[in-house]
Design a protein around this ligand. Structure first.
Ligand code: NAD
Length: 497
């Protein structure tokens, strides 16, 4: 039975000013999981104005007390974890174990950001003049527009909202239209945890209507966006015209390199998990394997039967390995890329077609697919965001590094080797934001910086010790307690001794 959800604006649960609704669909079954108010530009404006007014007071609440809301939200999410994980699988499709992981990441981030309420360190430094003091402190940026994708319905919004809130910002959140229900649940938890009216607002609707309204709104100070590089470019252009701060976390084309000395069984496990976990719909998913020519055959002999044994199905079934793609358009994109690969002359090793057996016909399922390609083929260069893997053969580590770095994206990379010298060379020369050694390309932990190079973003990092950098401004303060005019760079205190 589908539930009907509402927007939160200024502490009140409201319908859209248009009175219109859209449906959120279970990608495994085609059933409607939620009816969702379709926001208008006016709703976006109301959300921003509410945030603007609320932030003036919220920024003055001492940070340790702002943090208490986040500690409470973490506990609420812990209590509701299993129920919300099931809803997440129903709305987005990922298998239940991964849905629990998504929630756990939101819980971890809430606790981690809450801890900043008692840190948020600034700094002091010596001053040039006697009887003078200087310090720099973090100030909130103001109103933060949070625009997120559907693949981590609670984790990614938490990465953005929790640091913003503890730092004293107010938020207007526009989630992806494929996962509004879980976004609603996250905001409901924040509201239940005691976030004051207007500090957190949520509106639902298309990027081109409400997303653009947020990008252009004069009272929005920061746009924090995670999504595709194409939309990210648009976000940067529009927000840039209005001189807003913009932080972008975008696409990936991540590779696992397997050297001739690698533990192949371990590498196969890492590739399976990284390439087909979340049905390949992770920004850090492995979509390329770069394998040394000496072990290519042995690796493929192990990999292909394991790929063919993956069980597709509804993510609520604990026996399912791979769930559906998120929607019909994603299924079509994946199939189009497979056809492009075949036309380019890539060798199809397994998969390459939608799966419509029995119950699966109701959802958006695609067979886990492996190609042998050259590095320059489109399927080995462009983000597909589905269960499609390109295997590329190289002769040595130098070539592997060149292939790894030779794409437009730079999020995550990995090397399997037993040779410490090769591992350190790779750590030095792989030009991605995240590097793994003897592990797949996925599995980031929230207390380390997250983000990528090249078209994966615009140089920011979320989480980790960089948690507050996106959501705060540095303010430098000088206090002169000499009781006279002192001129920095001009007066010389030594000469008066
Ligand atoms: P998307 O770019 O289509 O949409 C992301 C968000 O942008 C959605 O909320 C969407 O409604 C909104 N949007 C669309 N048009 C807009 C506009 N004109 N103005 C403002 N907002 C607009 O991405 P998606 O399909 O939801 O997610 C998949 C993409 O996200 C992949 O490219 C993936 O790599 C990327 N991603 C990156 C990371 C990361 O941390 N680097 C993490 C997860 C996903």
């Amino acid at each position: 039975m589908a539930e009907t959800i509402k927007m939160l604006i200024n502490g009140e649960w409201v319908e859209s000013s248009s009175g219109e609704y859209f449906d959120s669909i279970n990608p495994a079954t085609g059933e409607v999981v939620a009816r969702v108010p379709r926001a208008t530009r006016e709703d976006a404006d109301r959300g921003v104005r509410a945030a603007y007014e609320a932030q003036k007071k919220w920024r003055r609440v001492p940070a340790p007390h702002r943090a208490e809301v986040l500690f409470r939200v973490a506990r609420i999410l812990e209590q509701r974890k299993e129920e919300l994980a099931r809803k997440l699988t129903q709305e987005m499709g990922k298998v239940i174990a991964e849905a629990r992981g998504d929630l756990q990441e939101a819980i971890d981030m809430s606790y981690f950001a809450a801890g900043e309420g008692r840190r948020m360190h600034g700094m002091t430094a010596p001053v040039e003049m006697p009887n003078k003091f200087t310090m720099s402190v973090r100030d909130p940026v103001g109103v933060v527009a949070v625009i997120t994708p559907w693949n981590f319905p609670t984790a990614i919004p938490s990465w953005k909202m929790m640091p913003a809130l503890v730092a004293g910002n107010a938020v207007v959140f526009k989630p992806a239209s494929d996962t509004p229900l879980l976004a609603y649940e996250l905001v409901r938890a924040l509201n239940d945890a005691g976030a004051p009216p207007g500090v957190v607002n949520i509106i639902y609707g298309s990027g081109s209507v409400v997303g653009d309204a947020l990008l252009e709104h004069p009272l929005v100070n920061l746009v924090t966006f995670t999504g595709s590089s194409d939309v990210g470019r648009h976000v940067a252009e529009v927000a840039g015209r209005h001189l807003k701060r913009v932080s972008l976390e975008l696409g990936g084309k991540n590779a696992i390199t397997i050297m001739d000395d690698a533990d192949l069984d371990l590498a196969v496990e890492g590739v399976l998990w990284s390439a087909f976990g979340t049905t390949g719909q992770r920004c850090t998913a492995c979509s390329r394997v770069i394998v040394h020519e000496k072990v290519k055959k042995a690796f493929l002999d192990r990999l292909i039967p394991r790929v063919e044994a993956l069980r597709l199905g509804n993510g609520l079934d604990p026996n399912t390995d791979v769930g559906p793609l998120v929607n019909a358009s994603q299924l079509k994109t994946v199939d189009e890329y497979v056809q492009i690969g075949i036309k380019e002359g890539a060798k199809l090793l397994t998969g390459g077609h939608p799966v419509t057996d029995g119950e699966l016909a109701r959802g958006f399922f695609y067979a886990p697919t492996v190609f042998e390609t050259t590095p320059d083929m489109r399927i080995a260069q462009e983000e597909i965001f589905g269960p499609v893997l390109s295997v590329i053969t190289v002769k040595d580590l130098d070539e592997a590094i060149e292939v790894n770095n030779g794409v437009a994206y730079g999020l995550s990379s990995s090397i399997y080797t037993q040779d410490i010298n090769k591992a350190f060379k790779a750590m030095r020369d792989l030009t991605t934001g995240i590097v793994y050694v003897n592990a797949g390309t996925i599995g980031a932990e929230i207390h380390m910086p997250f983000g990528g190079t090249r078209n994966t973003g615009n140089g920011h990092r979320e989480a980790g010790h960089t948690l507050l950098d996106n959501v705060t401004e540095w303010k430098t303060i000088y206090v002169d307690f000499s009781g006279r005019l002192q001129k920095a760079q001009i007066d010389n205190p030594v000469s008066t001794l």
